[in-house]
Design a protein around this ligand. Structure first.
Ligand code: HEM
Ligand SMILES: *[C@@H]1O[C@H](CO)[C@@H](O)[C@H](O)[C@H]1NC(C)=O
Ligand SMILES: *[C@@H]1O[C@H](CO)[C@@H](O)[C@H](O)[C@H]1NC(C)=O
Ligand SMILES: *[C@@H]1O[C@H](CO)[C@@H](O)[C@H](O)[C@H]1NC(C)=O
Length: 339
């Protein structure tokens, strides 16, 4: 039964892959197991690194997932989010919407282990893509429940190379804002080769993690849109609950999904459907036929169906503006370009 349900999707994937082989497309040059010959242990090293941090602290998953997203949306998935500012350049990390990015130490630890095993071979951009996948796979609880160490949510395409530039101004211009409306979100995602369905699916990343009050507080107050009310897309009772948590001077963080912020599942969509998404951008999914349709359908389908969709959309996101072949470089230290 499950197999029959999956079949049309497989056929679709095959057709999709073929269409990608023909014609010039986004992300050409990436493939699954790119490092099979040059560094066969690459994926295992990243997985073991993420595993070891996760077993100490499961909240590490969310920042790792977010890092890959922030990388891909600015200058393509080229590791630019990892570069430090220099005397003459303010990097993405130091942009306003860097909003408390975290997890850099996990990427650095994986890179250090990889440089030992296979020097100058595995890009920082690929480490981000692999770590995001491993983090989210762990957060589903699959590996723990089934005592599997190799169970992945999806196969990551690799072969990205690292870029040379990182600009704070580009992060400010290209990262979506929590106040964006559906039209702006759709246009932003479209510019990265992602459609409305991908927007709905990838927003499901907000099933895990937390947010600082300053990232969404504005919508809870009376002067939200200059018309004397709070954001009408947040349920009034939820607004009161959130305001209670976010008292002035309280730089507290709030769970995206109360009580379940380290478990990757479909509870996010239940909240969005009940006007309890944390951000205006989460609520905005209810304002478009396609994204709203996805929210409602995910309430009826098993989480495994969302996981398949999430993997497909992550693979698509991971193709955005990548450098492959002889472009870019393989950084030795993810925070610095090689000389
Ligand atoms: C649709 C547009 C999106 C907007 C406007 C948005 C905005 C935000 C904001 C404002 C935060 C909270 C930052 C803070 O105050 O700590 C956040 C957190 C987060 N975002 Fe998004 N995001 C979007 C899409 C995505 C996507 C596509 C992903 C991944 C595929 C993602 C993954 C995450 C994760 C995992 C966190 C929690 C981070 C943590 O706990 O440290 N977001 N996002
Ligand atoms: C990059 O910047 C961070 C934060 O300022 C610092 O801790 C780290 O040592 C820097 N990395 C390198 C390689 O300079
Ligand atoms: C984000 O930028 C601010 C300055 O705008 C800086 O103080 C903070 O350290 C940056 N965060 C990270 C993770 O680099
Ligand atoms: C800040 O919010 C947290 C979470 O609701 C709460 O536990 C804490 O007491 C608050 N602190 C202040 C100073 O209001």
């Amino acid at each position: 039964m499950a197999l029959i349900k999956l079949l049309p999707r497989c056929l679709f994937q095959v057709a999709f892959s073929i269409s990608f082989l023909l014609g010039p497309t986004l992300g050409g040059g990436l493939k699954v197991r790119f490092y099979d010959k040059s560094c066969p242990q690459a994926e295992a090293i990243v997985r073991d690194t993420v595993n070891s941090y996760f077993s100490q602290d499961p909240t590490v998953s969310a920042p790792l997932l977010r890092l890959h997203f922030h990388d891909c949306f600015v200058r393509g998935c080229d590791g630019s989010v990892l570069l430090n500012s220099t005397r003459t350049n303010k990097a993405e990390k130091d942009a306003k919407p860097n909003q408390t990015l975290d997890g850099f130490y996990v990427i650095d630890a994986a890179k250090a282990a990889l440089e030992k095993a296979c020097p100058a071979t595995v890009s920082c951009a690929d480490i981000l893509a692999l770590a995001a996948r491993d983090a989210v796979s762990l957060a589903t609880g699959f590996r723990k429940k089934m005592n599997l160490t190799k169970e992945n949510l999806y196969q990551v395409e690799t072969g990205r190379r690292d870029g040379f530039l990182s600009k704070a101004t580009e992060a400010e211009a290209h990262l979506p804002s929590s106040d964006d409306n559906i039209a702006i979100l759709k246009a932003n995602f479209a510019s990265k080769g992602l459609d409305s369905r991908d927007l709905a699916i990838l927003s499901g990343a907000h099933a895990i993690g937390t947010s600082h009050c300053f990232s969404f507080e504005k919508r809870l107050h009376h002067h939200y849109n200059g018309r004397g009310g709070a954001d009408p897309t947040v349920h009034p009772r939820y607004a009161v609950e959130l305001l209670e948590k976010c008292r002035p001077g309280n730089s507290t963080v709030v769970e995206m999904v109360p009580g379940s912020s380290t478990t990757f599942d479909t509870k996010y969509y239940e909240l969005v459907a009940r006007r309890r998404g944390l951000f205006h951008s989460d609520a905005a999914l209810m304002e478009d036929e396609v994204t709203r349709g996805y929210v409602y359908s995910s309430l009826k389908l098993p989480a495994s169906s969302f996981f398949v969709d999430f993997g497909e959309s992550m693979i698509k996101m991971g193709k955005a503006g990548v450098l492959t072949g002889k472009s870019g470089e393989i950084r030795k230290n993810c925070a610095l370009v090689n000389h």
